[in-house]
Design a protein around this ligand. Structure first.
Ligand code: NAD
Length: 531
């Protein structure tokens, strides 16, 4: 990695290289990763990998995997422990770099680096467990065992909105379990990808165990990596991104009889019942809907409100959303920063007319921030940054496209319902099932919601977003294939169970056939004891 100064007043540019078979490779074609807060700031120059480079990375990862799997798991876990320590030491500079490259407010960027640290803390000790079982045999002189074995070479593809936390959710358990990985970081965050990989190597990971190939998605490194499954060079793909691309990954893995991990989009509901603490609920709704400018998989898409409190919720929401501080993500006081890229901004712009066409009305008309058109308290660069004010639709019905489709920007819908039954029906009324929330003081309503909501994650009196390193993270329906990240549950995704029997009988014993049934004792006659 090389660093070169810029002459436009912005910090230096990071020159990113692929790491293939343990070596940094000279770059042929590059692209610029620009800060979404200042488009003229070139944060990194990253390679556009060729298919041949991706193929070489996957092919050479096989031998590295075998050697790494022979390293005892507690020794592998020591690398994870050192990675956690390095992340702690570099937390502030990494967080600032995250803010600079993809626009997450610095407070949230620190949280996302902390999530990677927590993941290392959790899995460092998991290396001393990775337990198998001893299982009783139905035959004498025979022992049965189970062992966890690594899956092999894992292709990892990640999105740009959590450019360090989500890769850590995948790479930490995958490598701990004795797999090798070929990682394609998001093209929105190649610089963060390079810095994170560098920390792995500094932590003592043999460089060949983690290869990094940069580039775009369709017709780029992402697509090439998926194609390596058909060439027999990958044993698994772990993907975080859109449902559309997740389906492609699922199809390729399915025809090769491999199990992918798919963490995809969401259209997450937040229910406010009539008895809720409305201030608390609206604060949760704002954070869920507009935090990270709505660019979280767990962002709230539909606020589902009991009609008895809709007027109050409506008023509070408009008041508080209008007061949100938008601006430079490095500014400690901002509520949200810019769009991550032009693609997300354009989709958000188009969503406005889709909502109106379908019959929804604008309660708050969000717009792109441009010079001379800045909202009160705005602290960003309106000319060179991708900023927008919050959009709220009302009179939204669950069959409208804006209620069904993920937008990935600062926009949310108000959906009116009458009571808990209608609220649950609306909350389950999209193809997605990632996260969800309910605000109520009624214990029975909480219980029913927890039981009947079809999302993988549910909050009671808290927002739709937020994860902890030791809780399973993942969704159902169009949000994923049932795989889970984090905690002990993710170990299932990166290991295969092996069943072993050891027979010490010295003769051929056949289960089910050589069973010696003990003769049942004679049946006593109890009929005399009763009338
Ligand atoms: P995306 O699917 O376009 O891109 C994600 C990754 O896949 C990137 O690295 C990209 O380069 C690559 N990619 C894109 N097209 C590809 C293709 N045809 N073949 C192979 N790789 C390809 O996603 P995005 O729009 O950048 O990210 C936002 C999406 O990610 C949202 O839907 C969001 O909900 C989802 N997401 C989900 C989670 C989760 O844990 N469930 C977390 C973060 C983001």
């Amino acid at each position: 990695m090389k660093i070169s100064p810029q002459d436009n007043g912005h910090p230096a540019t990071l020159h990113v290289q692929n790491v293939i078979a343990g070596e940094e490779r000279a770059v042929s074609q590059t692209y610029a990763s620009r800060s979404p807060a200042h488009r003229e700031d070139v944060v990194a120059l990253a390679p556009r990998s060729t298919k041949e480079e991706v193929r070489e990375a996957c092919a050479k990862s096989r031998a590295a995997q075998r050697a790494w799997a022979r390293t005892p798991a507690p020794a592998r876990a020591q690398v994870i422990g050192r990675l956690g320590q390095l992340l702690r030491e570099e937390k502030e500079s990494l967080s600032r770099f995250v803010s600079r490259e993809m626009g997450k407010p610095i407070r949230e960027a620190r949280g996302s680096v902390q999530e990677a640290i927590d993941t290392c803390d959790f899995f460092q000790s998991e290396g001393r467990r990775l337990y198998g079982q001893t299982v009783p045999s139905e035959l004498s002189n025979k022992e049965l065992y189970t062992y966890r074995r690594p899956v092999g070479v894992v292709g990892v593809i990640t999105a740009g909105n959590f450019p360090i936390a989500v890769p850590s959710w995948k790479l930490v358990p995958a490598l701990l379990c004795g797999n090798s990985a070929v990682w394609k970081p998001s093209d929105d965050a190649p610089g963060i990808g390079a810095l994170f990989a560098d920390l792995w190597y500094r932590a003592g990971l043999p460089r060949e165990v983690l290869s990094v190939v940069h580039g775009g998605g369709a017709e780029g490194a992402g697509q090439f990596l998926i194609e390596m499954m058909d060439e027999g060079l990958l044993d698994k793909i772990s993907f975080t991104g859109s449902t559309e691309v997740g389906r492609l990954v699922g199809e390729v893995c399915g025809r090769n009889l491999k199990r992918p991990s798919l963490e995809l989009g969401g259209k997450n509901p937040l229910v406010i019942l009539a008895d809720a603490d409305l201030d608390l609920a609206v604060d949760g709704a704002l954070w869920s809907s507009f935090g990270t400018a709505g660019q979280r998989c767990t962002s709230c898409g539909n606020i589902i409100v009991d009609k008895r409190v809709l007027p109050q919720v409506r008023e509070l929401l408009v008041k508080k959303a209008s007061a949100l501080k938008i601006g430079d993500p490095m500014n400690e006081g901002v509520d949200y920063g810019p769009f991550i890229n032009e693609r997300f901004l354009e989709r958000w712009v188009a969503q406005r007319s889709i909502g109106i066409e379908d019959g929804a009305s604008l309660l708050l008309d969000g717009r792109r921030v441009t010079p001379g058109n800045e909202p009160e308290g705005f602290s960003g660069d309106a000319q060179h940054g991708l900023y927008a004010t919050p959009r709220i639709f009302e009179h939204v019905k669950m069959n409208m496209r804006i209620a069904q489709e993920e937008c990935f920007g600062p926009t949310v819908n108000l959906v009116e319902v009458d009571g808990l039954d209608e609220a649950i029906e609306a909350a389950n009324g999209t193809p997605y099932g990632l996260s969800s929330a309910i605000y109520t003081r009624d214990a029975k309503a909480m219980l029913r919601f927890k039981e009947e909501i079809q999302a993988g994650m549910t909050s009671v009196n808290n927002s739709t977003t937020g994860a902890e390193a030791h809780l399973p993270f993942g969704g159902n329906g169009a949000s994923g294939n049932g795989s889970r990240e984090s905690g002990i549950w993710v170990i299932e995704s990166y290991t295969r169970w092996q069943a072993v029997n050891v027979d010490l009988a010295g003769k051929l014993q056949l289960a089910q056939i050589d069973l010696e049934d003990a003769a049942p004792p004679e049946k006593p006659d109890w009929s005399q004891l009763v009338r």
